[in-house]
Design a binder for this molecule. Structure first.
Ligand code: CTP
Ligand code: MN
Ligand code: MN
Length: 509
């Protein structure tokens, strides 16, 4: 029988290291840096001598020569941080510094005896930080990576693009609407005014059609295409109808098809209106005059008083455009919660009934919370593009004479059709959205209801495509790990997503 013991091969002694490893290095354009974090000092020493024996040059983190950073078990962000902490001035989160690589690239290169081609699977992902891109004069592709203040510097161009975006929406073309909205949103984030079409070549999300419109506006002061849209009967009529609360693209389009053109037409032809639309028509003028911040604050106070009666300790937070610093808005968005989870259940209907009984409401429509973490978490989030909190869309009566909200019965004259502007009577109709969130979902609800819509859309898109996670106004879900990530603040949600925190005032995308 043959012996089971393998014959011991004579081991070649490792060639002695040259005094200066660089003298021995044969890949002159490659300099490795091994990240000690998680790798540990002894393994690092072992891998270093292995690499040097194979002819690779290995340098410290602070060397300017490093071309390939190799790490084991760290995320891209951790590697960037470690490198910076260890004196590197060349790592660059935006991607132009040394390559940040997983140990798999190193192992493959060692077996190949030469540096193998870098493939995407070797590369560590690094969140692209707003500051980094700004410093390089680059504009990030997602609105949630950009800072967009309220006042921007490209009014004419943005208005032109938003007009064609709106027109696309009226035509039912969501893709074109998105493309133009995104282009407009990029321009809103620019800290300078665009003067020549050459300045847009480095910008993301500007398609051929947007580029053409921008060029026309820059060269001629206006775009013929945009002007045609603005003049068109269809565009004007759709816009007019959609200013009625309760009327969306579908209804407005239907009325246009039926030959209706004006609000008097709706009355003349006895067009069927639902309750929301009737209220919308009745208060058309008020609801289309901007809500001022002082008015929004008066409503916050009134709602807080109502909430305090039923649930002391509950908070009312002003969200939406006002939280982003807008001086006025089309409505008031309020988010209600209570620090003891569960206490908030049933609160909204009590508050709304009370407000109604006191004459504060001209219209309301409630919807109960339908969000639950079902047994299958995928199911509980799949349909949640629109959130499912307890919610009330309402029209408040804001009373000027009494310095607060409240309908004064003597002044309340539901005039036939369009009533006079409320302020002639000392009151004004104001749209208010009330939302109640359980405490554990509050940060997600706050982030989701602060907007802007472009910012929200890109947050979700970024989560899905760049992080493989699902974000909505309730939660952040990781389908691969099958976990819900918790967050006690908006900052924590940005952290989970590897994004720099963008304060509400800079979310006006
Ligand atoms: N929102 C929502 N579901 C709705 C309506 C709005 O989740 N059915 C969210 C939007 O995503 C947005 C926020 O609520 O982030 C505010 O929406 P809205 O009041 O329409 O817009 P504002 O940004 O507040 O603008 P405005 O000042 O004109 O009210
Ligand atoms: Mn709003
Ligand atoms: Mn709203």
């Amino acid at each position: 029988m043959m012996s089971q013991i393998p014959v011991k091969k004579k081991r070649q002694p490792a060639p002695p290291l040259p005094a200066n490893p660089e003298d021995h290095a044969c890949f002159s354009d490659v300099a490795l840096c091994l990240v000690e974090k998680r790798m540990g000092a002894s393994r690092k020493a072992f891998l270093t001598s292995l690499a040097q024996r194979k002819g690779f040059c290995v340098e410290g983190a602070n060397s300017e020569r490093v071309t390939h950073v190799v790490s084991e078990g760290n995320s891209g962000d951790e590697v960037v941080e470690w490198m910076k902490r260890n004196g590197s001035r060349s790592v660059d989160a935006a991607g132009s510094g040394p390559a940040l690589l997983d140990i798999s690239w190193f192992t493959e290169s060692m077996s190949a005896g030469q540096p193998v081609e870098i493939e995407p699977r070797h590369c560590l992902r690094v969140a692209v930080h707003a500051e980094t891109l700004e410093a390089r004069g680059q504009v990030a592709a997602y609105a949630c990576q950009r800072r967009t203040p309220l006042a921007h510097k490209n009014q004419l161009l943005v208005e032109a693009l938003e007009t064609v975006a709106e027109e696309a929406l009226f035509c039912g073309s969501e893709a074109r609407n998105l493309a133009f909205s995104r282009a407009a949103s990029v321009l809103k984030s620019l800290p300078w005014t665009i003067r020549g079409v050459n300045e847009i070549s480095s910008l993301p999300c500007i398609g051929e059609h947007s580029r053409k419109i921008i060029q026309e506006v820059l060269e001629d002061g206006a775009s013929a295409e945009v002007e045609n849209v603005r003049q068109s009967e269809r565009y004007q009529t759709m816009k007019h109808f959609m200013k009625i609360f309760g009327v969306g693209v579908k209804t407005a389009g239907q009325w246009y098809q039926e030959g209706l053109r004006t609000i008097s037409d709706l009355q003349a032809y006895h067009t069927k209106l639902n309750n929301a639309q009737q209220a919308g028509l009745l208060h058309y003028r008020d609801l289309n005059s901007p809500v001022k911040r002082s008015e929004a604050e008066a409503i916050v106070q009134e709602v807080q008083k109502a909430v305090d009666q039923f649930l002391p300790g509950a908070s009312v937070t002003l969200t939406g455009g006002f939280r982003r610093g807008k001086p006025s808005g089309h409505d008031v968005d309020l988010l209600i919660t209570h620090p003891t989870e569960g206490q908030e259940v049933g609160l909204l209907s009590k508050v709304v009934s009370w407000l109604d009984s006191q004459g504060f409401l001209l219209y309301h429509s409630n919807r109960r919370n339908t969000f639950q973490v079902l047994e299958d978490p995928e199911l509980s989030i799949s349909t949640a593009t629109m959130d499912r909190f307890d919610r009330c869309f309402s029209i408040f009566c804001l009373n000027y004479l009494h310095g607060s909200v409240k309908r004064d019965s003597s002044a309340w004259e539901p005039a036939c059709g369009l009533k006079d502007s409320g302020d002639a009577h000392g009151w004004k109709a104001v749209r208010v959205d009330l939302v109640v969130a359980p405490y554990s979902q509050f940060s997600f609800a706050l982030l989701g209801w602060t907007g802007s819509r472009n910012f929200e859309r890109d947050l979700r898109r970024f989560s899905k495509h760049e992080k493989k996670m699902v974000l909505n106004s309730h939660t952040l879900y990781h389908p691969e790990k099958k976990i819900f990530l918790t967050a006690a603040s908006e900052e924590e949600i940005f952290q989970h997503l590897g994004l720099d925190f963008i304060p509400p005032e800079e979310r006006n995308a």
